[in-house]
Write a protein that binds this ligand. Structure first.
Ligand code: PBG
Length: 319
């Protein structure tokens, strides 16, 4: 009764990678147990997750084609827009969160639109055009809202992205669509398996021009504060395990729901560890204890919600 740090299924947000087509369930090489799903299989899987007590999902789309303006990201018939509708039409009482970013939709794999001026340098001669990027992010958010998403989750780390999205939503009658801001998102080495899954790796340069350097906690807190001022309803710290101090500091300082992203590399590390350390008969037990220890640690640090690829397993274990 007094243990407030127990993890429960309702704390969890389950990420999905969605692709076009029918009856597709393509394993992701570096993330055992995670798949790219077509809409029919997505609905089946979300239905199972819901029956286990998971109330929230986070959608990432893998488009059929990419271009310089990321046009598939805000298309009315884009894969995420379809997935939102499919879930809302077929599964009751699941909150839908949708990632708002460009990296899986641009040919170059960066989280913004490239242009010659006025922003962050990402490689020789290439810059992110801040204004165009904010415009694109607002368009994506709006298209997700029109499709019926509950939360848009901007993850491009473009300054004032929350403000731009909030204004666009309000202006178009989507005052009820909420924003989960990836506020403290570090330029991390733990994102590799995700980029493989979402086909979103940068083709040149890296993301250190717009994601946070991992040595600086004050900057991370300032980013969270800025997102709250701009209208974020939930703020995110990402990744989780190397950033538990940021979680604790943010929890102490701000009065907003805090979601923490237990990212792909952290998931892959658990899977690799279990595989290497335990004999096959003991692997499931080790994985369960290990994952519950990790997620409890993240909660104890101050997370209200945890975005994790372990969500379905955890919900099963807790039953
Ligand atoms: C960027 C984005 C990233 C992740 C989700 N959205 C990071 C990146 O590629 O820089 C990583 C999530 C994970 O590793 O599980 N839009």
């Amino acid at each position: 009764m007094v243990n407030k740090n127990q993890v429960s299924a309702t704390d969890l947000i389950l990420p999905y990678f969605v692709v076009s087509g029918q009856n597709r369930k393509k394993p992701i090489d570096k993330m055992p147990g995670v798949y790219r799903l077509s809409l029919d299989n997505l609905i089946k899987d979300v239905t199972v997750a819901k029956s286990l007590g998971i109330n929230a999902v986070l959608l990432f789309g893998i488009p059929d084609s990419k271009d310089a303006s990321a046009s598939q990201s805000f298309s009315k018939t884009g894969i995420v827009q379809k997935a939102i509708k499919a879930i809302k039409d077929n599964v009751k009482d699941v909150l839908v969160f949708t990632d708002v970013c460009l990296c899986a939709y641009t040919t170059h794999g960066h989280c913004g639109i490239l242009g010659p001026h006025n922003a962050k340098r990402i490689a020789h001669g290439d810059f992110i055009d801040h204004k165009k990027t904010l415009g694109a992010l607002a368009k994506i958010a709006l298209s997700h809202a029109e499709a019926g998403t509950d939360f848009v989750a901007p993850s491009a780390m473009a300054k004032k992205q929350v403000k731009a999205i909030r204004e666009a939503l309000d202006k178009n009658g989507f005052k009820k669509t909420k924003i989960m801001g990836y506020s403290a998102k570090f330029a991390s080495n733990f994102y590799g398996p995700f980029r493989n899954a979402a086909d979103s790796a940068a083709k040149f340069g890296d993301r250190s021009g717009y994601q946070l350097g991992f040595g600086d906690y004050k900057k991370a807190l300032a980013e969270i504060e800025a997102d709250i001022k701009e209208g974020a309803d939930i703020v995110v710290v990402k990744p989780a395990l190397s950033y538990l101090d940021i979680i604790t500091r943010a929890h102490a300082k701000f009065n907003k729901p805090l979601a923490v992203y237990n990212v792909s590399g952290e998931y892959a590390m658990v899977k690799a560890y279990v595989e290497r350390i335990a004999h096959s008969a003991k692997r499931k037990a080790l994985e369960k204890n290990l994952v519950l220890e990790i997620l409890t640690g993240i909660k104890r640090a101050g997370a209200d919600l945890i975005i994790t690829y372990h969500a379905k397993d955890v919900a099963k274990w807790l039953k």
